[in-house]
Design a protein around this ligand. Structure first.
Ligand code: HEC
Ligand code: HEC
Ligand code: HEC
Length: 452
């Protein structure tokens, strides 16, 4: 009897596996000779370049110090490391033998030319919204890059996640490939922005929190997420920016990486902004229009709060005017803070630069924003503040500023912790962060592993 039950169960299991394999199976699309450059229209290639910049393809598909689009960039996920692949038109190691339909299937369905399911670390849950016209331009752009022979390192995933078939189950649950549907009640500008944000721009890949299976929580769309060890702030009504964002401020920030009264883009956002600076302004304006609408207008209470914050910062500036310039310069020179006292560390190491209530957008003047105006201090987690203190801010390639020194070598963990807690308590009216010490240790480790 028991044997019969076991046999029966095994049979059911076999049938279920067969059904699943049949469901998950994708056929290969036949390889072709790499198409010649001359077969692509120059205007189409140019449009593809701009779309690739909005999609930030280069960030995930370029190894540190590697050739553009030649793959090998490690994406560290909660499930292991997945490498961005070589998407140059190299015939053997890249996508040189891919037809447009094969490229389209990868972008819309997350399946490679040979029929293998791709991991959603490749944000095809967003790219599935990209129109066929735009895909054609992207394809023309990629197929006319310099072919680079470079084998992508194998992914490092734990069992059973290394079985690509399982991704078919994930897609069944989370991949909605209905394409982008415009909202006729909204303007053309708004709809273009929505299309870019939800599609190629994949802003939600970083700015939306994820569930245990790594899928975006759609009920918390743009509600604040995580990216490469950084917190990506909420871009919806849950925004904690002390000075409310407007569409104009967002446009300046997204185009130049800075706006008069908001933090400079750092961490993974720096690359996003760097790409957007090369995109036609009208496209970025649409993105700004859409994000401003998702955030919603700041109500009277937030406006009032913002003026109070600026007034308080102005008052603090005036009071600190009583500290002599000599004293301030001395504090700046001594790179070791005298004690584990947040206020003393701030006065000695930070106050000298962080005084501006408004600074020229994108300027390299070194005139840094008063920290009361910084979103970084009002986020739900201290990670960004800790990371910026440890690493500082390097100037963008070919630019002199903005530059802030890193304090990893100057401060002990206890000093960073004291400073962070002091800043939170002094410049925001939000509850204190509870896991500062652990976050300092964690950031210090990842910083030691990945020097920049
Ligand atoms: C957030 C990181 C990320 C971004 C941004 C990204 N990709 Fe990828 N992409 C990946 C990863 C990771 C893979 C490999 C997934 C796997 O191994 O299953 C991949 C795979 C692909 C593939 C399949 C290639 C192959 O050899 O199987 C194509 C095509 C592709 N990406 C194109 C693009 C294009 C075009 C863009 C920009 C519009 C882009 N990707 C942006 C991470 C990214
Ligand atoms: C690769 C991850 C990533 C992607 C993709 C990304 N962001 Fe960000 N974004 C971040 C991080 C991290 C920060 C915090 C950076 C900082 O403090 O300077 C940030 C900050 C921002 C801010 C500032 C918020 C504030 O209140 O200070 C805005 C606005 C923003 N992003 C908009 C966008 C838009 C629009 C897109 C899509 C076009 C986008 N981001 C795509 C990671 C990302
Ligand atoms: C030599 C000048 C200088 C010093 C000293 C300095 N900073 Fe900065 N800091 C800057 C500049 C420039 C920026 C970028 C412009 C901006 O955001 O205002 C910046 C940005 C920041 C930001 C915003 C990060 C973001 O999300 O964009 C924070 C937070 C910050 N600094 C904290 C500190 C703290 C804490 C100290 C002391 C340990 C400190 N800074 C010391 C110049 C300085």
């Amino acid at each position: 009897m028991a044997r019969r039950i076991i046999l029966g169960l095994l049979l059911v299991l076999c049938v279920l596996s067969a059904v699943f394999v049949a469901f998950a199976w994708r056929t290969a699309i036949a390889p072709v000779e790499p198409p010649a450059r001359s077969t692509f229209d120059t205007a189409l290639i140019a449009r593809g370049a701009s779309l690739a910049a909005i999609g930030d393809c280069v960030s995930c598909h370029t190894a540190p110090e590697g050739k553009p689009y030649a793959g090998g960039f490690p994406l560290h996920t909660q499930f292991g490391t997945i490498y961005g692949t070589n998407i140059t038109p190299d015939a053997e190691t890249g996508i040189g033998r891919w037809t447009l339909p094969a490229f389209r299937r990868a972008m819309h369905e997350g399946v490679d030319r040979e029929g293998r399911h791709l991991y959603p670390a490749f944000p095809y849950d967003h790219f599935t919204n990209v129109s066929d016209d735009d895909l054609q331009a992207l394809y023309a752009f990629l197929m006319t890059r310099e072919p680079v022979r470079a084998e992508t390192p194998p992914n490092d995933l734990t069992f059973p996640l290394n079985f690509r078939m399982l991704i078919a189950g994930w897609k069944l649950l989370y991949l909605e490939s209905t394409g982008f549907r415009p909202d006729p009640a909204q303007s053309g500008d708004w709809n273009r922005g929505a299309y870019l944000v939800r599609g190629l721009g994949h802003c939600g890949a970083c700015h939306t929190p994820r569930n245990a299976l790594g899928a975006e929580k759609l009920d918390l769309d743009l509600g604040g997420g995580e990216a490469e060890g950084w917190h990506a702030p909420a871009l919806n009504a849950a925004t904690t920016a002390p000075i409310p964002w407007t569409a104009d401020a967002l446009l300046r920030y997204l185009r130049r990486g800075a706006d008069e009264t908001h933090d400079t883009a750092i961490g993974p956002m720096a690359a996003v902004v760097n790409n957007l600076s090369a995109v036609p302004e009208s496209e970025v304006r649409s993105i700004a229009t859409y994000i401003a609408s998702v955030m919603g207008p700041a109500d009277e209470q937030r406006q009032k709060r913002a003026s109070q914050i600026v007034a308080k910062a102005r008052g603090a500036n005036e009071a600190s005017g009583s500290v002599s310039e000599v004293q301030r310069q001395d504090a700046k020179k001594s790179d070791l803070a005298p004690q584990s006292n947040g206020a003393a560390i701030y006065a000695g190491s930070c106050a000298v630069c962080h005084v501006a209530l408004e600074r020229p957008a994108g300027s390299a003047s070194g005139n840094a924003l008063h920290l009361g105006l910084s979103t970084t201090l009002s986020l739900p987690t201290p990670v960004n503040l800790i990371r910026v203190i440890l690493q500082g801010i390097a100037p963008a390639d070919g630019e002199r500023g903005p530059i802030m020194p890193g304090y990893a070598g100057a401060f002990t963990d206890a000093q960073v912790g004291a400073l962070v807690s002091y800043l939170r308590a002094t410049y925001t009216d939000r509850p204190e962060w509870t896991d500062v010490d652990r976050q300092v240790r964690k950031a210090r480790q990842s910083f030691a592993e990945a020097p920049e």
